[in-house]
Design a protein around this ligand. Structure first.
Ligand SMILES: *[C@@H]1O[C@H](CO)[C@@H](O)[C@H](O)[C@H]1NC(C)=O
Ligand SMILES: *[C@@H]1O[C@H](CO)[C@@H](O)[C@H](O)[C@H]1NC(C)=O
Length: 300
């Protein structure tokens, strides 16, 4: 009996140690020493993280609804070269987009300005994308989010792209991948010039097939002000290029890997698809793919 009580006490003290105050972190960083709050506890960092319109979600393609209003996007400044600052922010690697690239069309309802671009990935090119399609997790996903516009329920639009492992390197990503070596540790940054949206995302012709739903930011504050667009056609990157992301480090010096939030309940939300987007008969169609995305804020 005494032994039993002792064990309960011990468990209680370990529990309180592990749930001590701390910053938010990904599940891969959770340990008793780290004191950080993994995805299950993000609502303690920000209450919105347990609201009912959260992202990412699993997109079940046969449950998506065709929406003819989901027309092609209109980009301004898609080809225009800019100089951006690439930064390891301790949770991901992000690049600000300082020029006036805008996106409209696609039933967004307004014109959005490109603000920031960031990534989510797995471990050495393994599954790591946040959104999943028919339960399949792509290796990586990147998006641009616009934190200033978060007060408006449609203040932020995020364009999500998957990455797919390709046999050969994607030359358009060479400069970007090389720059990752300069931001290995948190709070370091490097300047990248000659970058354009056309380097970072797919061709305009390949952005006509997509899914649309209303969700949230996928990190605390988890604000529910995001119009999500998830593109079907992935961006190709070689295994070596994908693995370069895993050479980045978290604050504790451990490899920055598995930087994704688990999928959240859809809770009755409808996911719409553009007319070109596929309803998959078999998930094997998408095996071996990776993921990325781009964030936009309302311009007016
Ligand atoms: C980039 O790093 C430099 C040197 O550490 C620092 O002074 C600067 O504020 C950083 N810039 C950004 C945008 O973080
Ligand atoms: C567009 O998608 C097709 C099919 O996935 C791919 O072969 C092609 O390389 C893509 N084009 C661009 C410019 O990304």
């Amino acid at each position: 009996m005494r032994v039993h009580i002792l064990r309960v006490l011990l468990l209680a003290s370990v529990w309180s140690l592990c749930t001590g105050a701390g910053d938010w972190c990904y599940q891969s960083q959770v340990s008793c020493e780290s004191h950080c709050k993994g995805p299950d506890l993000w609502h303690e960092v920000h209450a919105d993280c347990k609201k009912s319109r959260q992202s990412p979600i699993n997109i079940v393609t046969r449950k998506t609804k065709l929406d003819d209003r989901l027309t092609p996007f209109i980009f301004q400044g898609y080809q225009q070269a800019f100089t951006g600052i690439l930064k390891n922010n301790g949770h991901s690697v992000a690049m600000s987009v300082p020029h006036q690239a805008t996106v409209s069309g696609g039933n967004l309802g307004t014109t959005y300005k490109a603000v920031q671009f960031h990534f989510h990935w797995g471990e050495n090119g393994g599954p790591g994308a946040e959104h999943t399609i028919d339960g399949e997790q792509y290796p990586m996903e990147n998006f641009k989010s616009l934190e200033e516009a978060l007060k408006d329920p449609t203040g932020v639009a995020v364009l999500g792209f998957f990455y797919e492992e390709s046999r050969s390197a994607n030359k358009k990503y060479d400069g970007f991948i090389q720059a990752l070596a300069k931001v290995q540790t948190p709070n370091t940054n490097t300047t990248l010039s000659g970058i354009s949206l056309s380097n970072l995302i797919t061709s305009e012709a390949n952005m006509t097939k997509y899914y649309r739903y209303e969700g949230s930011l996928t990190t605390p504050s988890c604000t529910e002000a995001v119009v999500w667009t998830v593109f079907e056609i992935p961006i190709p990157l070689s295994k070596e290029q994908l693995s370069a992301f895993s050479s980045l480090k978290f604050q504790d010096g451990k490899p920055m890997t598995k930087t994704f939030r688990p999928v959240q309940p859809r809770k009755g939300r409808t996911v719409y698809r553009s007319s070109g987007a596929a309803v998959l008969l078999s998930v094997t169609l998408l095996l071996g793919c990776v993921c990325s995305s781009l964030g936009l804020s309302q311009l007016y």
